[in-house]
Design a protein around this ligand. Structure first.
Ligand code: PRX
Length: 632
């Protein structure tokens, strides 16, 4: 098959193209319309069809692969390793669903999942899908105020949590965070279901605490039928960062998502039933939702879920996992590879990697040295793929299951089938010429699997994503790119104030709001700068209410530490700036707009280029001085 024809057909005849792909999943009731485009920019896929994600991911495989492993769990933090066949997974999901139902969870209810990487997180997500409830997983690294904000937006009927997470040998106690979030939230759920790992001694507040284990025993043999949902009912909400401090709830459907993931397994990942896939991400991120859980299970594969870091007990752990579990497909972020590159290469060579077919990398730019190193070290194809929480599956990749086009260093490849991807001028909205930098946009309709809307805020969905390119109703990715004559796109960074630290997407506004909550702070600007390992690092430039508060180096250091601790408390340690610089003022335009791009350029040590008329030029100088002095 030729990629070009395949892609062209998917855009020219989406109805026929996706009708064919829809046969990959079970429809309890067939759909009567493939695509409803009567209300742009909204699109509805497989209208009238009724299906269930849990049925397709679990029950459907019982006939042929009940005894095949569905989930292999490895925690190098606790030393626990467990295997669940499809039959086991089915039983555990039924138990979890029965427990949730006994707590009043039903179709359309939201369940907020705040869990570390434990098998119960998978059971809980699939149990929601089974019941027709809408899960919203919040990454365990987020602090209480962030958790509370997500609770208030989703208004869940239940929160599921654990006593603790663990990372790098450190136990992270969830109890105080959850108690604080419950106290802060205006829409706190009546109950919190606790998975007790017995890692931390504290107990949640009694009025809402429900222990999972005794309830699981009680519901051990209960069977919960799958709720057949119309294809366009929501399956989940996943919050992600944008330009404002308020995260957006990306809402996804049921049928479109199932079809899109199942198709991606063949055309992009070349995964087949019976294969084993190891996606080293977190269930709190979209890569975890799509490629730890739903896609491999929809395809009848074995998924490996890992709690731990890539370098503990040593930098060979992932490669030994490949050997031990005969892993065929591996998926992680470039950051992890940059970390592993610093380890002894003998650790990689020591493992038998013969089962591994392909390594997939996504989430941030894959720099050329890292790409070259890992391709050579593994001697297997390395497939960079570009996408977002919003799209749910890759927009750009070499689609090896369609045609193994040659990779080009520095580019994630060509547009994936279903995506009408066009680079456009930020000023005119017109398509860019070859080699000209532009905003990466998608034409209407987005293919199946992409976000339906912003949870509870259709207007925000339309305004944010579909009205930001001048004169065109197209979806903006908020990424810059450039496309070559062969259609390969290279990503050149975000057009908005989102940064990407170690593959974690963060809004600089969110970090700024956290820092501003400290009493000593008058003003702050946070920007992302290049970082050799993490891709980007956040730098904070802070104007103090009392400039003397950081006059001595010791005071400055103390205050910087206090601000970092504030970020930890307000947002979570993932948002902590790498450095805090104290400056007398921030560069702004005459109308008071912060000149973030100029600040970022100076912070990276180059000149800011063309600038609008600014209020006070000495502000730029003070940024430059702060960076070179390295104060804070
Ligand atoms: O800026 C792009 C970058 O990560 C953003 C999306 O992050 P998130 O919503 O967390 O979803 C990650 C899903 C893989 C994008 O807007 N990004 C993602 N993949 C790549 C990338 N930048 C360059 N190359 C990539 N392969």
């Amino acid at each position: 098959m030729h990629y070009r024809d395949f892609h062209r057909e998917s855009i020219a005849n989406p109805d026929e193209f996706w009708r064919r792909e829809a046969a990959r999943i079970h429809w309890e009731t067939p759909f009567d319309q493939v695509l409803d485009r009567s209300n742009p920019p909204f699109a509805r896929w497989f209208c009238g069809g009724r299906t269930n994600l849990c049925f397709n991911a679990v029950d459907r495989h019982l006939a042929a692969r009940a005894q095949q492993n569905a989930l292999v769990y490895v925690s190098t933090e606790t030393g626990i390793e467990r295997r669940y066949t499809y039959a086991d997974l089915h039983a555990e999901v039924n138990r979890m669903a029965a427990v949730m139902r006994s707590l009043g969870v039903g179709r359309g209810d939201r369940v907020l999942i705040y869990l570390p990487m434990i098998p119960e997180a998978v059971f809980a997500m699939l149990a929601c899908a089974r019941l027709g409830a809408i899960h919203s997983v919040v990454f365990g690294g987020f602090a209480a105020p962030s958790l509370a904000a997500r609770i208030d937006d989703a208004k869940p009927a239940l929160l599921v949590t654990a006593d603790a997470g663990a990372r790098g040998g450190k136990v992270i106690d969830y109890t105080p965070l959850v108690d604080e979030a419950m106290a802060r939230a205006a829409h706190a759920p009546p109950k919190v279901l606790l998975i007790d790992r017995q890692l931390a001694p504290e107990r949640l507040n009694a009025p809402y605490l429900v222990d999972y284990e005794p309830l699981r025993e009680q519901h051990y043999d209960v069977q919960i039928p799958c709720e057949w949902l119309e294809s366009n009912e929501p399956s989940y909400i996943l919050y992600t960062s944008g330009t404002t401090g308020k995260p957006k709830g990306v809402q996804r459907d049921v049928g479109g998502y199932a079809v899109a993931l199942a198709a991606s397994m063949e055309y992009i990942f070349e995964g087949r039933a019976g294969d084993t896939m190891f996606t080293a991400s977190d269930i709190g991120w979209v890569v975890g939702h799509s490629y730890i859980i739903y896609a491999p299970l929809l395809a009848g594969m074995t998924t490996v879920m890992y709690e731990g870091t890539p370098i503990r007990p040593d930098g060979g752990i992932w490669w030994r996992l490949v050997e031990q579990h005969r892993i065929n497909l591996m998926f992680t972020a470039p950051t992890a590879i940059r970390v592993l590159k610093k380890q002894d290469p003998a650790l990689l060579r020591a493992a038998d990697l013969s089962s591994l077919r392909t390594l997939f990398l996504a989430g941030e730019p894959l720099d050329e040295p890292t790409a070259e190193w890992i391709s050579e070290a593994l001697d297997k194809p390395v497939v960079d793929n570009y996408w977002q929480t919003e799209t749910g599956w890759p927009m750009l990749a070499i689609q090896r299951g369609v045609e193994a086009l040659p990779p080009k260093l520095g580019s994630p490849g060509v547009p994936c089938y279903g995506y009408d991807l066009v680079l456009r001028s930020e000023h005119t909205g017109e398509p860019c010429a070859q080699g000209e930098k532009g905003v990466i946009t998608l034409g209407y309709p987005l293919p199946p699997g992409c976000m339906q809307t912003v949870w509870g805020d259709d207007a925000r969905f339309v305004k944010t994503y579909w009205e930001s390119v001048p004169g065109q109703q197209v979806y903006s990715t908020f990424d810059w790119g450039v496309q070559d004559a062969d259609g390969y796109v290279t990503i050149l960074g975000r057009t908005d104030d989102v940064i990407n630290v170690a593959g974690h997407r963060l809004g600089t506004r969110e970090i700024e709001e956290a820092i501003s909550s400290h009493a000593a702070v008058a003003e702050v600007a946070v920007v992302g700068v290049n970082d050799a390992v993490k891709g980007q690092a956040a730098l904070a430039f802070v104007v103090l209410r009392d400039a003397n508060a950081a006059a001595s180096p010791a005071d400055a250091q103390k205050l910087a530490a206090a601000l970092a601790a504030t970020v930890d408390r307000q947002l979570g340690a993932i948002g902590r700036p790498a450095r805090v610089h104290f400056v007398p003022m921030l560069p702004k335009t005459r109308s008071g707009k912060l000149l973030r791009r100029a600040i970022a350029a100076l912070a990276e040590g180059h000149e800011p280029g063309d600038l609008p008329t600014i209020e006070d030029a000495s502000a730029l100088l003070s940024i430059r001085e702060a960076v070179s002095a390295g104060n804070g």
